[in-house]
Design a protein around this ligand. Structure first.
Ligand code: AMP
Ligand code: MG
Length: 550
């Protein structure tokens, strides 16, 4: 029997909560065990004992590598209650225990674990970068929870591996806080993502980082984030095997992934290649459409940062748009704006094209042809997905003639008036359509007050009103549909920056508060309102960008 599981299930739904509340959560972490052997033990694993020296690994999908634990006094920064409960069957109080903290710090390995780093390559900013791999990450084992779901915890920042190249195998607190918060916020926002279970920092394990690439490196504290996913394969996992001419290993990896991670595809099906390609493509394009809907810009859409499972992976210099502009680029290293907000769907298509090429060595001729046919449909597929996402944000479910222009004109109005992406949509859900042009009714709706100054706003509102009528959506339905998909809160860089500054002084209150807030980003939260999280972002945060230094 094939198990069914969902990578990013909205975990707060009633059925899951009821199922879990009946299940006994473990409160003694020493009882928590991995399944042995983990499924990935079936794949070729390199066992070179010189694990912490850079090496071009051959004929393997993983390297067996022990973690290099964080040293010094370790503190728990935060833990995701939902991840612990719903993925790991753990009582959240476990997070405070020494064993659990040691687990996240790479010091304690529960029974049944097998610590490995994954070998992959990738196209970085359009160019083949050869072997990359987990240079500071270790997959620890496979946990099968009480619901039968399989989850693999992975440490990030846990020491050197054969893939470390010139890096030190570590991660710093600021980037780890950002990864932790975004991963869990995406779950609340309904966007497919890897998860994050917990984050620890050392008081005295220091690393050097040049945060702004200014030539002035500083010491920062090392941290480790525990990420969780059913599997960690990327487009680049196949690409390295193509470039290094290892078709047998690629075939093994392919059959393995079908068997364990693409349960809807039969291992005997002759069409499994094209089915696999289509599913990887569709999942990733669904994901990018979801990103566009919440104003998320990944920042580094290299093929090594694209998951085979179609979940958002590797949160680095990402950004959620504040005031809207299509060419928003959060990453200081992306001079040409290759990975700008409005280019993301196109970039995913480019990446998927490379992926089809990488698979060629294992494709039977007819499958090659069929994949080409699928490829020809992908641009239209993602266009419609993005359009539907925006229509839904406006309270509409059908796609009708002229909708593309309706959306484009709305985004242009936002851009011209520097209206806020998240707040404009949300505030549009909060007022009656008939009040939209009455400034006295807009009160605290500051973003709507901005956009209404745009040239052609009145005409746009009229078109919108007619479009709503054409689909026969009542005002009540429009507003409730819109409130369900337009979040009140997203992890804005400025909010996280404040939390990071506190965390660097060992005050984790704000990080923990944000983690809690993003569990329900569609609900107004009194405390968040006091902190100004739906007000205009502070002037100091304008144009805030991030570097890849992490
Ligand atoms: P990223 O930009 O985070 O996706 O990383 C690109 C590649 O660089 C991956 O192979 C990472 O494992 C590697 N990498 C990033 N930072 C470090 C580090 N501090 N030590 C070793 N490898 C790293
Ligand atoms: Mg990466």
């Amino acid at each position: 029997m094939r198990r069914a599981f969902c990578v990013f299930a909205a975990l707060q739904n009633d059925t899951t909560v009821r199922a879990v509340s009946k299940m006994k959560l473990m409160s003694n972490f020493k009882e928590w065990k991995f399944k042995y052997p983990p499924n990935y033990a079936e794949l070729p694993i390199d066992e070179n004992p010189a694990y912490n020296e850079p090496v071009a690994v051959k004929n393997a999908v993983f390297s067996k590598v022990p973690t290099e634990p964080l040293t010094g006094t370790i503190r728990l920064v935060c833990a995701s209650e939902d991840a612990l409960k719903y993925l790991f069957d753990l009582d959240p109080s476990v997070a405070e225990s020494e064993d659990f903290i040691n687990f996240v710090a790479g010091k304690y390995q529960p029974p049944g674990g097998l610590s490995v780093s994954h070998r992959y390559g990738g196209y970085q900013f359009g160019f083949w970068a050869d072997q990359l791999g987990d240079g500071r990450a270790h997959v620890l084992g496979e946990y099968v929870n009480g619901k039968g779901e399989s989850w693999q915890p992975q440490l990030k920042g846990s020491g050197e591996t054969p893939y470390s190249r010139f890096g030190d195998g570590r991660a710093v607190l600021r980037s780890s806080v950002r990864e932790m918060l975004a991963s869990e916020a995406m779950v609340g926002l309904g966007v497919p993502t890897t998860r994050a279970a917990a984050l620890v920092v050392s008081d005295d394990h220091m690393v050097w980082r040049d945060k702004t690439y200014s030539g002035r490196a500083k010491q920062e504290r090392a941290a480790v984030v525990m990420r969780v996913c059913p599997a960690w394969y990327r487009l680049g996992s196949f690409e390295i095997l193509d470039k290094r001419k290892e078709p047998d290993t690629m075939k093994t990896l392919f059959e393995f992934i079908i068997k364990y991670h693409f349960l809807s595809i039969d291992s005997e099906d002759e069409d499994r290649f094209v089915k696999f390609y289509t599913e990887v493509a569709h999942k990733n394009l669904d994901m990018v459409a979801a990103w566009q809907g919440v104003g998320f810009t990944h920042g580094v859409l290299n093929t090594d940062n694209i998951s085979i499972l179609g979940v958002t992976i590797d949160y680095g210099p990402y950004g959620f748009i504040d005031h809207y502009y299509g060419s928003y680029v959060p990453n200081t290293s992306d001079d040409l704006g290759r990975y700008a907000f409005d280019r993301q769907p196109q970039i995913l298509l480019w990446n998927l094209e490379k992926f089809a090429l990488a698979l060629e060595p294992i494709l039977p001729e007819d499958q090659k042809q069929k994949i080409k046919e699928v490829q020809a449909t992908l641009e239209e597929y993602v266009k419609r997905k993005v359009l539907s996402t925006y229509l839904l944000k406006l309270g509409l479910k059908e796609i009708q003639d002229g909708d593309g222009a309706l959306i484009e004109d709305f985004l242009n109005l936002m851009q011209d008036t520097m209206a806020d992406f998240t707040c404009t949509f949300r505030q549009l859900a909060e007022v009656d359509l008939k009040d939209l042009e009455d400034v006295s009714k807009l009160e605290t709706r500051w973003s709507l007050t901005k956009i209404r100054e745009g040239k052609g706003w009145g005409k746009w509102v009229e078109r919108y009103r007619q479009r709503i009528e054409k689909e026969n959506v009542s005002e009540e339905d429009r507003r409730s549909r819109m409130t369900a998909v337009n979040p009140v809160y997203v992890p804005r860089n400025w909010m996280m920056q404040e939390a990071i500054t506190d965390a660097e002084n060992n005050d984790f209150t704000k990080v923990r508060f944000l983690l809690e807030l993003f569990r329900r980003p569609f609900e107004v939260n009194a405390e968040a309102e006091k902190l100004g999280y739906t007000s205009q972002p502070p002037s100091w945060s304008y144009g805030l960008k991030l570097s890849c230094s992490s």
